[in-house]
Design a protein around this ligand. Sequence first.
Ligand code: PGA
Length: 251
Amino acid sequence: MKYFFANWKMYLDLEESCAVARSLVGLSFDERNIGVAVFPTLLALAAVRDILRDSAVAVGAQNVSWAPKGAYTGAVSSVLLQAVGCRYALVGHSERRHIFGETSDEVRKKLAAVLDAGLVPVLCIGETQADRDADKTTYRLKKQLMKALDGLALGDADLLVAYEPVWAIGTGVPCGAAEAEAIHGWIKQEVKSYLGREVPVLYGGSVTSSNVAEYAARSLIDGVLVGSASTKIAAWSEFIANMSRASGAAL
Ligand code: PGA
């Protein structure tokens, strides 16, 4: 199983999000081999869910509150997201950590809240350029994983990890597939030491419809989390065709 997750960030407004969603309704892919999900702005989430209701494309949230319900002005919880048909939630995306100052403690609380609500968390981790320059990639990832997963009661629930090097996000400079795969192998073992089992690990950072096949073809890369390139309607058929071909899946 390979995953193709589209993080629309704050690129598309309500109308634009619905337009991309409508273009995905007839998208042809084998859902037993490829899991597709879109992560629209919260403003468009319910509308996009309605448009995709009878399709094989799932919907996820880009961010959640750690609180479940109540007097939390401006917050949106996993419980509320679950009620509108949301299936996944990104937790700890680097833009949340680095632009909005989200702490490891918050990441951990959000992870627990997402699981409590029955959503599937996509835990995002990644090193900065400074970490990389200082040869501290695994040090940074180890810390992020430990703070998020140590003692987490996952039970039978699903969890995915997205490896997204901060230096590769939105820069047009992706981490090469061979290097990413080696890191994915390391992440899988590290996660297993906390959870007792392996979980899918997706790669994210400057993935395009032209380079997606390089990642999808790697056995330790379970899929991709794509930002800006996934907001273009025209790119989707090529994305799915290349994912299918590279992962050996039938169209
Ligand atoms: P990008 O973003 O594909 O625009 O680099 C990826 C992400 O942040 O999830």
